[in-house]
Design a protein around this ligand. Structure first.
Ligand SMILES: Nc1ncnc2c1ncn2[C@@H]1O[C@H](COP(=O)(O)OP(=O)(O)OP(=O)(O)O)[C@@H](O)[C@H]1O
Ligand SMILES: [Mg+2]
Length: 321
């Protein structure tokens, strides 16, 4: 039994997974409403909320899995990347819990966690594969040789794909986070109504800042009333540009990695147009696209545990090495 804990951004999450990757429970308490009025995550507010939520969320994960704390054999926790103050809440909680029970601890990388969302039962994806990780903070193309062995072959030069969705949503007057709302609205719109540019940067990298600027200028030109009237067309066209960029680079990444099988993980993997555009790809299960702790516990299955009490001095890290 692995207890996973995730507090890297604005979701307080805990999950119980078996060693074979069966999810017994996965509890996610989102703070999105708390941050919505600021239009983005406020780090200090997030840390304080994690502090209030982490114990009840862990308790709920254990109770939903139908196990007692005694039955937990190892604790997995996100060590980074993310907001350091937020990460430290989960990490400190996990250390204390593991230490009090003399359990081993597996410090887990959040991005390895997203990739490991493909490894859960009943149908784990066997590496090797080429993986697009598209989330609020990252847009990476990865050559995944094994769940503990992958290499980055592409990244974004500016905004992440999820960030582009969120910033676009903001320009269209939608709520935060806006990816899911753009996805919904786009279904009623014409994706060819506006020609938004897809940046062509060399190699396998992405760039989304020009697209965001193009939407900003279009919205300014249309004015408030016309923007409101054509919101669905704008959302559909904007989404089309992001999806095109992602699909094109992912397919090209296969030439670089040599791994024919393709997979998509992270919050943007929930996008319905992206799913439809890549019928040959494996997508993370919908519930495991945005942040959760089941993927953290899943990643821990492929990494060595640190015996008690050697992990007590571990620190969190904010960004990719
Ligand atoms: N249906 C959707 N279509 C497009 N984007 C979506 C959809 N659902 C969620 N998103 C986007 O996914 C992002 C959140 O994903 P996730 O929780 O994986 O990111 P994060 O944890 O904040 O970033 P990172 O994992 O890089 O640290 C947000 O930017 C959100 O707008
Ligand atoms: Mg994430």
């Amino acid at each position: 039994m692995i207890l996973g804990i995730e507090t890297s951004c604005d979701e307080t999450a805990a999950a119980v997974l078996t060693a074979d990757g069966v999810i017994l429970s996965s509890i996610v308490s989102s703070q999105a409403d708390l941050h919505a009025r600021y239009g983005g995550v406020v780090p200090e507010v997030a840390s304080r909320r994690h502090l209030e939520l982490v114990a009840p969320v862990v308790r709920e994960a254990l109770s939903e899995a139908g196990i007692a704390l005694d039955e937990v054999e190892r604790v997995a926790v996100t060590q980074g990347p993310g907001l350091v103050g937020a990460l430290l809440v989960g990490l400190s909680f996990a250390k204390a819990l593991a230490w009090a029970r003399s359990l081993p601890l597996v410090p887990t990388d959040h991005l390895a966690g997203h990739v490991a969302s493909l490894a859960v039962a009943p149908d784990p994806l066997e590496p090797p594969f080429t993986c697009l990780l598209a989330s609020g903070g990252h847009t990476l193309l990865l050559a995944v040789r094994a769940y503990d062995d992958f290499e980055r072959v592409g990244t974004t030069l500016d905004d992440a794909a999820g960030e582009a969705f969120d910033k676009g949503a903001r320009l269209l007057g939608l709520g935060y986070p806006g990816g899911a709302e753009i996805d919904r609205l786009a279904r009623e719109g014409d994706p060819e109504a506006f020609a938004f540019p897809v940046a062509r940067v060399p190699g396998l990298d992405f760039s989304f800042s020009g697209l965001k600027t193009a939407l900003l200028y279009t919205v300014r030109e249309l004015g408030e009333a016309e923007t409101a009237a054509r919101r669905a067309d704008l959302a559909a066209s904007y989404q089309r540009a992001i999806v095109r960029a992602l699909v094109e680079r992912l397919r090209r990444a296969v030439d670089e990695t040599g791994f024919e099988r393709i997979a998509v993980v992270g919050g943007v993997a929930a996008n319905s147009e992206l799913r439809a555009a890549l019928p040959e790809a494996r997508f993370a299960p919908l519930a495991l696209c945005t942040d959760n702790a089941a993927m953290i516990a899943s990643a821990a299955r492929f990494h060595a545990a640190i015996p008690c009490p050697e992990y007590l001095a571990l620190d969190a890290y904010a960004s990719l090495a």
